[in-house]
Design a protein around this ligand. Structure first.
Ligand SMILES: NC(=O)c1ccc[n+]([C@@H]2O[C@H](COP(=O)([O-])OP(=O)(O)OC[C@H]3O[C@@H](n4cnc5c(N)ncnc54)[C@H](OP(=O)(O)O)[C@@H]3O)[C@@H](O)[C@H]2O)c1
Length: 270
């Protein structure tokens, strides 16, 4: 598995998304992914599945040092005391003594960025999270965090896939050597049934979903966290790393519509 080096952590470029996975089904999906070789699991307090993920990690024989776990604090919990409480609760549910990456899940209208990042940086200094980062932050918010507060941001996790342009954000992130972690990398499954991607896949003995993922992973500084509950899909998504796309494929993908946003982060982008 290829990794991205960022703020002292080594982030596996393909991870397992877990939004909407719950209870035993979540536990089974994470156990399956770990057995197949996934070493990057993405969760959040908002997903309500950290306890199931904790159970799956506890049952696996993957060494903690080989596993990357991201979790996130929800926008209702961005006051300093609320962050600390949310973090403690997440760690307890995950049955871990530290996470690898702790993200602000979503910006809030009344958030106090300096106060938030003071708490997050303290959690990092204490070794309770190895790195901190953000999700759904636009360029203006990132500039405040990176250039004014000078917080050591290890990633911005945003929606990014073959049907959504993120060129300005990518340019800003790469100018600061900050990875972009692509959520909804399959456009919530729509990419798997796209005719253009399927035709490209036929050329290479690959599926449309694998083409969509490889297009992301061919880009410098980009990681992807597809969610897949079925072992066959999890295996296929790992196999995307072996697909080779050519210039003709990239041109066909460039011609797809690029305005198909699945998630609307509202004020983050206004
Ligand atoms: N930070 C944020 O605000 C934010 C927002 C959204 C998502 N996320 C994270 O990003 C992760 C991924 O996003 P997402 O779950 O919304 O969408 P996604 O990963 O783009 O798509 C998931 C859908 O694709 C299907 N799928 C997966 N692999 C496939 C394959 N090889 N062939 C065909 N279909 C396949 C899944 O099916 P099955 O489920 O049936 O296997 C599921 O229906 C989330 O789970 C979450 O961890 C973060």
């Amino acid at each position: 598995m290829e990794h991205l080096q960022t703020q002292g952590i080594s982030l596996p470029r393909l991870g397992l998304g877990t939004f909407r996975l719950q209870g035993d089904a979540c536990r089974a999906a994470v156990e399956s992914a770990l057995a197949l070789g996934y070493r990057h699991i993405d969760t959040a307090e908002m997903y309500g599945n950290e306890d199931a993920i904790g159970a799956a990690i506890a049952a696996s024989d993957v060494a903690r040092k080989d596993l990357h776990v991201t979790t996130k604090v929800w926008h209702e919990n961005l006051a300093p005391d609320a962050i600390r409480r949310a973090f403690d609760a997440s760690l307890k549910k995950l049955r871990l003594d530290h996470v690898d990456l702790y993200l602000v899940h979503w910006p809030a209208p009344n958030m106090n960025l300096p106060a938030m990042f003071e708490v997050l940086m303290r959690l990092k200094e204490q070794g309770r999270t190895r790195a901190i980062g953000v999700a759904n932050f636009n360029i203006a918010l990132l500039k405040t965090v990176v250039e004014e507060i000078k917080a050591p941001i290890a990633c911005n996790q945003v929606e990014y896939h073959v049907m959504l342009d993120q060129t300005p954000l990518r340019k800003y992130l790469s100018s600061k050597a900050i990875p972009l972690v692509a959520y909804c990398p399959l456009a919530q499954g729509r990419a798997a049934s796209d005719a253009t991607l399927a035709a490209i896949g036929r050329k290479h003995g690959a599926s449309a979903a694998q083409v969509a993922l490889k297009w992301l992973l061919d880009q410098d500084g980009v990681a992807a966290i597809p969610k897949a509950s079925r072992a066959e899909s999890q295996r296929a998504n790992l196999g995307a790393l072996n697909v080779g796309l050519d210039d003709e494929d990239r041109q066909a993908i460039a011609a797809l519509p690029k305005d198909r946003r699945c998630v609307n982060p509202g004020l983050a982008w206004d």
